[in-house]
Structure formats: structure tokens, C-alpha cells
Design a protein around this ligand. Structure first.
Ligand SMILES: *Cc1c(COP(=O)(O)O)cnc(C)c1O
Length: 402
């Protein structure tokens, strides 16, 4: 099929929930994708921070093939070795003691909020169920997670929404003091907001949040679905502030493209779940866990993240240089290979033009370009992306881009 035929088929049979670019990829290799007509694209979106090892990484391909030949799924009625091994590896390399596996980010957050509510009810009483989240946060698309998300446009038209969520402006302690009550069972934050525009939870703020949580027996949940798994140059983003949560959620990059989500917790929090309290049919199956384990083993190799940090520094440096050349760049934000470029114009046209020139980037909050390339991106590929972006900013300056 050519691109036009694929697009027609989509329009006829797929529910109209996404605004898609008129491009259909058929193959990927490393940081490059190829469309149905054979055109090559440099991928700086990586399936929205999912394809951390790029496309068709040999170790991931082998892991999938080998596991598929043995066993794909048995259900959680039985023990699953790779699930327990993956959990072991995640716990050994984090604050956590226990893990629950599911299939997506929203589901990981559902598990986190259910666990926090159980914990609150057991330890503080039936009325302890409220979760405080940040404005501009994004926590997923299930009914409960759109209630948790601090963005009106995501909730509109789906009321009545599940109760028990409050939003406060990020990094504002006074607002948080006012929101906390006897009803609060958890505070849920993204160390770095992805969809919200790459804003960071400040270290001083997180320090106070941690203190407040300890003082009032409130659980601190970090949503690291986007910023976790090496994305910021550390295995987990909370390592930058060294303030550990009680619960942490993962998905996106965890399976490098095979759907898997995880809810990590301390023993103290995890004890609130007993047999029958939560579950998932597919969650943590043989295939997904084996692939995630393969990825995590690569990620924790001694030099892997050092290389990510080195390339991320280089990319930041190049972007700072672009900012000094082009006034339309307001700010460069983010950490590691999770970068936001705030513009003083709408970012949509830049994204479309970039795609035409063979560079895949996307935008959040209308005016922020988001770069989340594969963690294996090279200096040469960064140069290629910078060159294309510079040419687009130049065209914009000359009025060729509105
Ligand atoms: C993508 C994302 C989610 C939702 O993940 P899904 O797998 O789409 O359900 C939740 N939180 C954050 C921070 C995300 O980036």
C-alpha cells in the first residue's frame, strides 16, 4: 500500500481520536524511520519517548523472537520467572521493594492511586482518599486519570468525573499547604512534566513535599512514565533531586515498544494490597517482561547512561547556541534527552515543516517543541537535527513560516 491508500483506510475504519500527520512508516532502523515511499526520517520523538533503543535494536528483536518461541502468556494465575526477575532488577536499582505490572501508563497510575487510597483508608480512615496533582500535569486517558490530570481540555465533555482529585500550581508550597487536609492520601507529581511543557518540579519544592508527606502520613507518587528509564540521563528522574517517592509509575520506554507498565512501591505502601485487590490479565506477561528486562540490562551497563549524558549535554549546548541566534526561542528546558524548546510562535507549523525535511519532532502546549530522541542518538544525528531546526527558524525569520 502507498501512503494515500493507508490514510484512506485509516479514515474509513479508525475512530477519529488523533490528529495524524499524513505519513505512514513501514520500517525503522536505529534513529531512522522510512515511510511507504522509502523516504528517510530522523526520529526525535521515538514513539513519544518509547523507543529508547531506537527502532529494531538487535538485542530487542532477538529478545522478542526468542521469548515468543518459548512462551508469550500464561496469566497471573501462575508464577512468571521473567516478571519476578524484572521486578528484582527494578527494585535493586531504585527506592522500591515491590512491583505491580500492567500494560500502560494510565494503568500504572490507576494502580498507584488505588494503592494510595487503600493505604489511606487502612491507616487514616474511610475519608482519606484525595490525591493532589499539579496543574498542567498529564497522567493518562482513563476516566480516573483524566480526573487526575491538571488540564481542562482533557476532561471536557466526559463529566461526571471520578471524585477525589485536587490540582495545585507546581512548585508553589503555599497552594499545597492549603490543599492538604485529613482527606489527602497522596500527592502525585511528574519530576519533569512531559505533556505539560517540560516544566520541572524544583528540588527545594520536592524536599518540602517529602517532609509534608512524612509528617501527615501521605504517600508521594512520582509519575515517571515519560521521564523515567534513562530519559533524563539517570535511570530514574527522582535521582536528580535524590528525593525518593513511596510509589513510582513507569510505562512508555519500559518495554521499548512492547506495551508494559509498572507501579513500584516501598514495602510499607505495597502492604496495602492483598490478594484480590488489584489485577490485570496481560500485566507482566512473559514476552513484555523479558523484553523490558533485556532493555533494563542494557540501560544499567556502566557506560550507557554516561554516553546519554554526554550526548544530551552536546544537544543542550547546540540548542543554547540556536537560542542566541533566533529570538523566537524563548527558553530551553528539560533534562537529559527530554527537552522542551519554548517558542514565541505556534510550534505546529515548525513541526510540519520539519517532517517535510525529514526530521520528526512534536509539540506540546501549542508553543513548546519537544525533543525525546532515542537514548542511542549519536552526535552526528544531533548535528543533523540541529541543522534542520536552524534552517526552519531561519525560514520563520524570513516570514516563510507563519
Ligand atoms: C504517556 C503518559 C501517561 C499515560 O501513559 P499511557 O501509556 O498512554 O496510558 C501518563 N503519565 C505520563 C507522565 C505520560 O507521559
Amino acid at each position: 500500500m502507498n501512503t494515500t491508500e493507508i490514510i484512506e483506510l485509516t479514515q474509513q475504519y479508525i475512530m477519529n481520536t488523533y490528529t495524524r500527520f499524513p505519513v505512514a512508516f513501514v520500517r525503522g532502523e536505529g534513529c531512522y524511520l522510512f515511510d511507504a515511499e522509502g523516504k528517510q526520517y530522523l526520529d526525535f520523538v521515538a514513539g513519544i519517548a518509547v523507543n529508547a533503543l531506537g527502532h529494531s535494536h538487535p538485542a530487542i528483536v532477538e529478545s522478542i523472537c526468542e521469548q515468543a518461541k518459548k512462551l508469550i502468556h500464561t496469566s497471573n494465575l501462575f508464577h512468571i520467572q521473567s516478571q519476578s526477575e524484572l521486578a528484582h532488577l527494578l527494585c535493586e536499582n531504585s527506592f522500591a521493594d515491590k512491583v505491580f505490572f500492567c500494560n500502560s501508563g494510565a494503568e500504572a497510575n490507576e494502580a498507584a492511586v488505588k494503592l494510595a487510597r487503600r493505604y489511606g483508608k487502612i491507616n487514616k480512615g474511610e475519608d482519606c482518599y484525595e490525591v493532589i496533582t499539579a496543574e498542567k500535569s498529564f497522567h493518562g486517558r482513563t476516566l480516573k486519570m483524566i480526573a487526575a490530570t491538571g488540564q481542562e481540555r482533557i476532561k471536557r465533555g466526559f463529566e461526571p468525573l471520578p471524585q477525589g482529585f485536587l490540582h495545585v500550581p507546581l512548585n508553589n508550597l503555599d497552594a499545597l499547604y492549603q490543599a492538604i487536609s485529613e482527606k489527602t492520601c497522596a500527592i502525585m507529581l511528574e519530576p519533569i512534566q512531559g505533556e505539560g511543557g517540560l516544566h520541572r518540579s524544583e528540588k527545594e519544592y520536592l524536599l518540602k513535599v517529602r517532609e509534608l508527606c512524612d509528617k501527615h502520613q501521605i504517600l508521594l507518587i512520582f509519575d515517571e512514565i515519560q521521564c523515567g528509564m534513562g530519559r533524563t540521563g539517570k535511570l530514574f528522574a527522582y535521582e536528580h533531586s535524590q528525593i525518593p517517592p513511596d510509589i513510582l509509575t513507569l510505562a512508555k520506554a519500559l518495554g521499548t515498544g512492547i506495551p508494559i507498565g509498572a507501579c513500584l512501591a516501598t514495602d510499607r505502601a505495597a502492604q496495602a494490597f492483598q490478594p484480590g485487590d488489584h489485577g490485570s490479565t496481560f500485566g507482566g506477561n512473559f514476552l513484555a517482561c523479558q523484553v523490558a528486562k533485556t532493555f533494563l540490562e542494557i540501560l544499567i551497563r556502566p557506560n550507557f547512561l554516561a554516553e546519554v549524558v554526554k550526548n544530551a549535554k552536546y544537544l543542550h549546548g547546540q540548542l543554547i547556541q540556536l537560542k542566541s541566534q533566533y529570538e523566537l526561542i524563548q527558553e530551553i528546558r528539560g533534562e537529559g534527552l527530554m527537552i522542551g524548546i519554548e517558542l514565541n510562535i505556534e510550534a505546529k507549523t515548525i513541526v510540519e515543516k520539519a517532517l517535510q525535511k525529514g526530521l520528526i519532532i512534536n509539540c506540546v502546549q501549542n508553543n513548546v517543541l519537544r525533543l525525546v530522541p532515542p537514548l542511542v542518538v549519536t552526535k552526528e544525528q544531533i548535528d543533523e537535527a540541529i541543522q534542520i531546526m536552524a534552517s526552519l527558524f531561519q525560514e520563520s525569520l524570513q516570514g516563510k513560516i507563519p
